[in-house]
Design a protein around this ligand. Structure first.
Ligand code: PLP
Length: 345
């Protein structure tokens, strides 16, 4: 079998959720947008609901509809994108809570679904989503009189606790919301880690649940095991892969493994990335192909049938560094060709 196996540890996700929840006094929601960062929203959300999570966040109403199908009634499902044109039926039928981002969305919502719960998203400086201070001043009294179920904002630089933007956004959010009755939320994973000042009534971790930075203590969640198809000896001066980008300087042993950029293994990581053969770290050599990768297995004593790209030896953030990206993109790039196995340890 040449199919790689992606193992997703739901027990580790639940343990990470519990650990993040233990760090703050308010409610800890779970962000499961983008199919739970590529790991399978239905399975992940059900495991977290069993663990005690009561509130979930998605980006788009359509994601909320399929999540509602998986979770059934009960858990709250909030939609960051708010109430978009054409969403009213989805929001009503799937009992979603749109996070209203603008006066336009507010008008659309109260017109289409009067009395249907909503939240408010404020822009405290990121300039991505939410009402800006002036817009909020104009709408605030009317909006609050409709009893929003949550008022939230999002931090732009929470992956770097020392960044001055965090304090600036905290003060802005406070100025915009101090004294209101509605529950407030500012922190994603980075905000949870930064401490109590950022926690308010609800936190919204995503990446920390899935084993990524900035939650340093996170338990790893994914492992990827890739079959070795072939091993060959390569003489000095011979090359490996497209473009002859790697040339053997010495007598080498090269394994060809069965995964590639079509599986979300980002081509740009090639020159810097490693895989693990048992306990031995091996360099990726040559260009990453669509379905295949070359690996220098010279140091390996007993060649195993499979090698590991991520897991116990190598985190998603180590891989992300090799690719010049972030753990979030490593996870959400994971392809559809893997045999996905869910375990709970
Ligand atoms: C994605 C997202 C989160 C979760 O962020 P993490 O960094 O993955 O914890 C929280 N809030 C908003 C608004 C988001 O877009």
């Amino acid at each position: 079998m040449a199919q790689s196996v992606l193992t997703i540890d739901l027990g580790a996700i639940c343990a990470n959720w519990r650990a993040l929840a233990a760090m703050n006094d308010g409610e800890t929601a779970a962000v499961v947008k983008a199919n739970a960062y590529g790991l399978g929203a239905a399975k992940v959300a059900k495991a977290l609901a069993d663990e005690g999570a009561r509130t979930f966040f998605v980006a788009q109403a359509e994601e909320g509809v399929s999540l509602r199908g998986a979770l059934g009634s009960g858990p709250k499902i909030y939609v960051f994108g708010g109430h978009m044109d054409g969403d009213a039926d989805l929001i009503r039928q799937a009992d979603l809570v749109p996070m209203i981002n603008s006066i336009d969305q507010m008008l659309r919502h109260v017109e289409a679904l009067p009395g249907h719960p909503f939240g408010i998203q404020l822009d405290s400086g990121m300039n991505r989503l939410g009402m800006e201070p002036a817009e909020w001043s104009a709408l605030r009294e009317i909006a609050l009189s409709q009893n929003p179920v949550l008022v939230m904002s999002h931090l732009a630089c929470a992956d770097d606790a020392s960044h001055g933007m965090n304090e600036f956004q905290l003060q802005t959010f406070r100025q915009m919301t101090d004294g209101i009755d509605a529950p407030r939320s500012l922190a994603a994973t980075g905000g949870v880690v930064m401490g109590a000042a950022y926690h308010f009534d609800m936190t919204r971790p995503g990446i920390g649940l899935y084993g990524g930075l900035p939650f340093v203590e996170a338990r790893p969640v994914v492992s990827l095991s890739i079959p070795v198809i072939q091993v060959r000896d390569v003489n000095p001066g011979e090359s490996v892969g497209y473009g002859n980008s790697w040339v053997a300087r010495v007598q080498s042993r090269i394994a060809t493994i069965s995964a590639g950029y079509a599986d979300g293994i980002i081509r740009a990581m090639g020159p810097k990335a490693h895989v693990w053969a048992g306990e031995t770290r091996c360099k990726i050599v040559g260009r990453i192909s669509m379905d295949l990768i070359g690996v220098d297995v010279g140091p390996v004593k007993d060649m195993p049938d499979r090698v590991e790209l991520m897991g116990r030896h190598q985190s998603i953030d180590t891989l992300a560094d090799a690719a010049g990206t972030i753990g979030y993109e490593i996870l959400t790039s994971l392809g559809t060709r893997y045999a996905r196995t869910y375990i709970s340890t």
